[in-house]
Design a protein around this ligand. Sequence first.
Ligand code: SAH
Length: 513
Amino acid sequence: MAEKSTQQGLVYLIGAGPGDPDLITVKGRDCIARADIVIYDYLANDALLTHARPGTQLIYAGKVGGQHNREQWQINELLVEKALAGNVVARLKGGDPFVFGRGGEECEALLAAGIPFEIVPGVTAGIGAAAYAGIPLTHREFTTSVAFVTGHESPGKDVSEIDWQGLSLGSGTIVFYMGVKNLPLIAANLIAHGRSADTPVALVRWGTRPEQEVITGTLATIAEAVRLRGFKAPAITIVGDVVSLRDKLRWFDNRPLFGKRVVVTRAADQAGAFSRKLADLGAQVLECPTIEIVPPEQWSQLDEAIAGLSDFDWLVLTSANAVQYFFARLQALGKDSRALGACRVCAVGPKTAALLRTQGVKADLIPTDYKGEGVVTTLRSQEIRGTRVLFPKGDRAREVIEKGLKALGAEVIAPVAYRNITPASLSAEVVQALEERRIHCITFTSSSTVQNLAALLGENRLLRLLEGVLVASIGPITSRSCRDLGLAVHVEPREYTLDALTDEIVSAFAAHD
Ligand code: SAH
């Protein structure tokens, strides 16, 4: 790193937010992207590290519970050392750096070493977890103030630094951080200093994350409830009448798929939209791509077809991949959608048609049955005898379209536009979750997704790992592939779309619970 030393180092002290990775600020995210080194904590969501540039050094400075991997002075020294070497350092801390985050101490160390720093505030756990539990910390009908208090003070202390009297009198909401272990003492102190024993209390664990857990009670009952449930840190404790509003305002942990772990097996670059849909309904989505989409071994067939594009009467596109690869190749050859000329376009379903529109092309035809058979049926009504049809396909495409259209008297040219390959391995995290029986549902959105999973796991292991897991298949062809492998299919929507599949998964869980 010799070349760095001429450059002035700098530290961004960034609040990572309470857990949901979308709760970081825009500035915080930009600072991560600018950093040479990211030093992050246990409570900062790892997902935020994906904002770092490739090659950025990532250093875990975590502290778990009382076991400090590194002492605070060691972290201070690390920050100073890295910044003095000329690096831009992003110091990523859970919640807000200045709320029980020892951010002040880190700044003092930087100041002493003459290193410039910037503070990027974050959503502190008290604010974030309360919001995701549906508890407004202030409310005109209940209280006019809120206090953030450490619950970490050792119980044996002779003189408490916490103003129990001041906190207990009045009706202010109190949010305790780090207070799960000391909860019996906290509750007892508040009651002893005058808070009513009936005051509602909520503990929010892993707030704003898909694992969020909430337990409620009163100052009199909460400690015992927490003990019985085996409820553990990290959690905030909210004390005050506002807690009662949760019954009405709860919105996050009562969504239909909340607490369900759902595996998405689509190719990595396609999983996004489906995963987001499931996550928006509360599911914890685990992506485990069983397909990799790669270019064909050679382009000559597709290139030849594109060279003579204006001689075709129909272009048939039966997947998002087909759209993407076809238009990417068109561009690579120096052309654009105008090369289609009078060629009409048939898209297999609304999603494919929507993607086509992003290429500036409106589908002329979308079958009502969103699969190969549907394409043949609709084109039959178009009198395609004697016409020329271009069907850029995946290497594993079924033969229905080619055969069907040829039988109707069309000339079908079907070059391979992309290949569907089995990746070298599966996500280790997902396989482990399956082994540990932590998965509730697995989704298959094409035959290859399930066939490749079987190829990677072995059929026997596949059946063993999916015992008790809800199997959701997008349509009859995929379901048949599941059954051929000995898998029972529990969910299959009537319409072969991801939206319909998602709806059916919701109904299946609703019927179960
Ligand atoms: N600087 C952090 C607080 C660090 S102290 C912030 O501003 O949020 C660590 C304590 O924060 C934990 O013991 C717990 O009380 C609380 N905490 C952090 N993340 C949390 C989360 N996602 N849900 C509930 N409590 C959390």
